[in-house]
Design a protein around this ligand. Structure first.
Ligand SMILES: C[S@@+](CC[C@H](N)C(=O)[O-])C[C@H]1O[C@@H](n2cnc3c(N)ncnc32)[C@H](O)[C@@H]1O
Ligand code: SF4
Length: 352
């Protein structure tokens, strides 16, 4: 079983077939930032807007979840630090009420011992993904602190018999590849269920994120993977590390993964969040329940081409989904007969 792949989007074959037939679809997954506020100041933070903090109003969150509920099954809460937001517990509860099947929370892990946070996670979330960020530069005490909070949350999960899974994400570089085994073992010992390795990127503020040198990383992950204990999973997204050509005519992934920032703006993809040049719709200014299919939004998505897309070098997931969907559009625009992935192929298939 894999967690991340360019083909994960094909799990949603009904939506994909409809899209290939040029029909309007609801997204499979919503990535939502409750707030841009955060207790940390990571130097290369993708969400650092530079402006004053933004925070979604409860009425907006409720309305959006209600509009998508039943059609969109995956919710990914990010930020800012989502567990700090006053709306955090209510958002998780409302998402379940409105029919979201899988709920993932990306977090720095600093508030996992907060009772209200832990309780909401155990009751409503499917998984958390605790970011170790640039773990080789984390102070020893800081790393120990995160691992300790993971340990305590795992104990709580067992006691409450909660289905919540704890994942950890670690950013990779050619420089830190030698440490992958060590950090992976520490995370496994703390009681996490899985670890996910992904490339460190720079130039977020310019709207053109770019992976830095990743030589040796995939091999180090494969070596670590072959030695782990049962019950602990090691994931990565191999295509994010490769150099193969990517080509698309239209940012198709925006129809499958809906990215909404804490400023209530719908952005093209997660890799260009908070970049005004990539805003598709401003939902805060004037709420319109039918915004997904407005001509202006559809035209903006259709106009994005790979050869002029500044964030292509991030090889972020949206970019890779675009490539797969483009190939289907080029080869079988209407039938979509081969579209579809095995049900069991992906962990959290609704979290794109
Ligand atoms: C902006 S954070 C927001 C959620 C939460 N505050 C956290 O840090 O997990 C979302 C994701 O960005 C990732 N991230 C942070 N800095 C990054 C970088 N320089 N390159 C790639 N991803 C990065 C983190 O690993 C995290 O998974
Ligand atoms: S913890 Fe997350 S949101 Fe906060 S500064 Fe770091 S990467 Fe950014």
């Amino acid at each position: 079983m894999e967690m991340a792949s360019p083909y994960k989007v094909t799990y949603h074959h009904g939506k994909l077939r409809a899209y290939l037939n040029r029909e309007g679809i609801f997204p499979a997954c919503l990535e939502l930032d409750l707030s841009t506020e955060c207790n940390r100041r990571c130097p290369s933070c993708p969400s650092a807007t530079g402006g004053s903090p933004a925070r979604l109003e409860w009425r907006f969150i409720e309305r959006l979840l209600a509009r998508l509920g039943g059609e969109t099954r995956g919710l990914l809460l990010s930020g800012g630090e989502p567990t700090m937001a006053a709306t955090f517990s209510d958002a998780l509860r409302a998402a379940r009420k409105h029919g979201f099947l899988e709920i993932a929370v990306v977090t720095n892990g600093d508030f996992l011992c907060d009772d209200a946070v832990a309780e909401a996670l155990c009751a409503h979330a499917t998984t958390i993904r605790v970011s170790l960020y640039d773990w080789t530069h984390l102070a020893e005490a800081q790393l120990r602190g995160v691992l300790h909070r993971i340990e305590r949350l795992r104990a709580r999960i067992e006691k409450a018999e909660s289905p919540l899974q704890i994942g950890v994400s670690a950013l990779t570089t050619a420089e830190n590849a030698h440490g992958i085994d060590g950090v992976g073992r520490a995370v496994a010992s703390a009681g996490a269920h899985w670890i996910y390795f992904h490339p460190f990127c720079v130039r977020w503020k310019e709207g053109a994120p770019l992976r830095i040198d990743q030589r040796g990383v995939l091999q180090a992950i494969a070596d670590f993977r072959s030695n782990v204990r049962d019950g602990f999973d090691v994931f990565t997204f191999p295509d994010r590390y490769e150099e193969r050509e990517i080509r698309f005519d239209g940012y198709h992934a925006a129809h499958f993964l809906l990215v909404v920032g804490a400023d209530a703006v719908n952005y093209l993809g997660a890799e260009v969040k908070y970049q005004r040049a990539h805003a598709l719709a401003d939902l805060g200014r004037r709420w319109d329940g039918d915004f997904l299919w407005q001509k202006k939004r559809l035209d903006r998505i259709a106009a994005v081409r790979s050869d002029a897309y500044p964030a292509l070098g991030s090889r972020h997931r949206g970019v890779l989904y675009n490539h797969v969907i483009q190939r289907l559009l080029d080869t079988e625009p209407s039938s979509g007969s081969d579209v579809g992935a095995e049900e069991s192929s992906y962990l959290y298939p609704h979290i794109l």
